[in-house]
Design a protein around this ligand. Structure first.
Ligand code: GLA
Length: 436
């Protein structure tokens, strides 16, 4: 594991103090889960179709301090949300979306109106997943959870980071040993079954498998992953590697998904419709996902698709190709090429996948003009949140001010509501989620 500058000692101390106070124990008894946010430079919206994706974590994210309870009680407080969440680990959890048909995660909008429901549901979802996996939990936790200020609900998969943090804490309190692959599946149960989002395994794979400085590549069909190391770079005195790039996050100020926009799940359904038609035309019987269609079969039969379905499939096949090329560019340290592929991916999300919204598209266009930017795209699903860019480290500050100023010109209202310290954030690569 490499060295990541997050979390700082002062962040950890704050959390430990809160938990110690809540549980009436000494600070030394408090355990900490760190669960970083993720970015996906290439491989957008193809995980749910069994495509190949690339991802990495950043040096910001979720910290959960906890101590095992003396009984089955879970008691949680949050640095971002008011109130407290209480439930027992011996209470059977049922899928939340069965009761509320369009319940959704932080990333793609939520139908919940009560703050408590919103943030408490991830802990209950983690319990649901562990119970579904046949685990009989006896031990609750007392915990305090906190996300990096200004970066929640932002397309960085705070939802998966939160879900994973609770999984790791509940597993630790109950002496369960679960592999990263096991937790990828448990987080899938939280998202797909408990919350009803038809997403793929990109987010949790990135959070559980990433390693400092590497690009994580996940084949979402075979579930085989590999870490792509960059070429060797100089190491600074404080033992941090001097990478020639920085990761730039530019926030749109859009936090709430448009409730009238069924967004994410609708696109997943369209991809499956396209796959069904293509598989039928090719005379194949298989699950209707695009990874079961060969590129040649798509080329031969795409005329049978309605134009919108043809565009979704075009995004899938072209994005898979960009991921393969991107892994090669990354391993050679060719950030110019890597960046061009990211921007092409961004364009395909706009033109073929037709996701995103005006402020995000404006941010994308501004980033492409910013000094030193290698490439940019929406981060995450693209319906709200931020855009991610790779930028030459020497130009990172200049690029950040450029983006801040230009975005203000096109979206003064949204930009003025952003915290000026976190409107554009420069960060580095991170490590995987773990207990420290
Ligand atoms: C969200 C989903 C992921 C993935 C991305 C888009 O983050 O949770 O599964 O589909 O959008 O790439």
């Amino acid at each position: 594991m490499g060295l990541s500058s997050w979390p700082s000692d002062s962040e950890l101390d704050k959390i430990k103090k809160n938990v110690a106070e809540m549980a009436g124990v000494s600070i030394n008894a408090v355990k900490i889960v760190v669960s970083p946010y993720r970015i996906c430079p290439l491989g957008a919206h193809i995980d749910h179709q069994g495509g190949i994706v690339s991802a990495m974590t950043i040096n910001k994210g979720i910290i959960l301090g906890f101590v095992p309870s003396t009984d089955s009680q879970v008691l949680l407080k949050s640095g971002q949300f008011s109130g407290e969440v209480r439930f027992r680990v011996d209470q059977i959890q049922l899928p939340k979306h069965a009761a509320k048909s369009n319940g959704k995660t932080q990333e793609n909008g939520s139908s919940d109106t009560m703050e408590e429901c919103k943030w408490g549901s991830y802990a209950k979802g983690a319990l649901y997943a562990l119970q579904r996996g046949g685990n009989d939990l006896k031990q609750g936790i007392t915990g305090f959870i906190c996300g990096t200020e200004g970066l929640d609900s932002s397309g960085l998969s705070s939802s998966a980071a939160v879900g994973i943090a609770y999984l790791l804490a509940l597993e630790s309190a109950n002496n369960l040993t679960v592999s990263p692959t096991g937790n990828i599946e448990y987080d899938r149960l939280i998202e797909n079954e408990y919350l009803g989002l038809k997403n793929g395994i990109l987010d949790q794979s990135a959070i559980l498998l990433s390693s400092y400085g590497c690009l994580t590549c996940m084949d979402c069909k075979t579930k085989i992953h590999k870490l792509i190391h960059p070429p060797k770079y100089e190491t600074e005195k404080n033992a941090e590697t001097k990478f020639p790039y920085k990761i730039l996050l530019s926030f749109s100020g859009l936090k709430q998904a448009l409730t009238t926009n069924p967004g994410y799940n609708r696109r997943v359904t369209e991809c499956r419709e396209a796959a069904e038609i293509l598989l039928k035309a090719a005379g194949k019987e298989a699950e209707p996902i695009l990874s079961n269609v060969e590129q040649e079969e798509f080329e031969a039969h795409k005329s049978k698709l309605e134009p919108n379905l043809a565009r979704r499939a075009e995004h899938y096949f072209s994005e898979n190709t960009r991921v393969i090329k991107g892994l090669e560019a990354w391993s050679c340290g060719n950030f110019e090429e890597f960046g061009k592929l990211i921007s092409a991916s961004g364009l395909s999300s706009i033109q073929n996948y037709e996701c995103g919204c005006e402020p995000l598209i404006q941010l994308y266009e501004i980033l492409l003009k910013a000094p030193g930017v290698y490439g940019a795209r929406f981060s995450g699903a693209g319906f709200r949140g931020c855009c991610v860019a790779f930028v030459n480290s020497d130009n990172a500050d200049k690029a950040a001010s450029f983006v801040k100023n230009e975005y203000f010109k096109v979206q003064p209202e949204l930009a003025s509501h952003l915290n000026q310290d976190t409107a554009v954030v420069i960060c580095d690569s991170g490590d995987c989620a773990r207990i420290i």
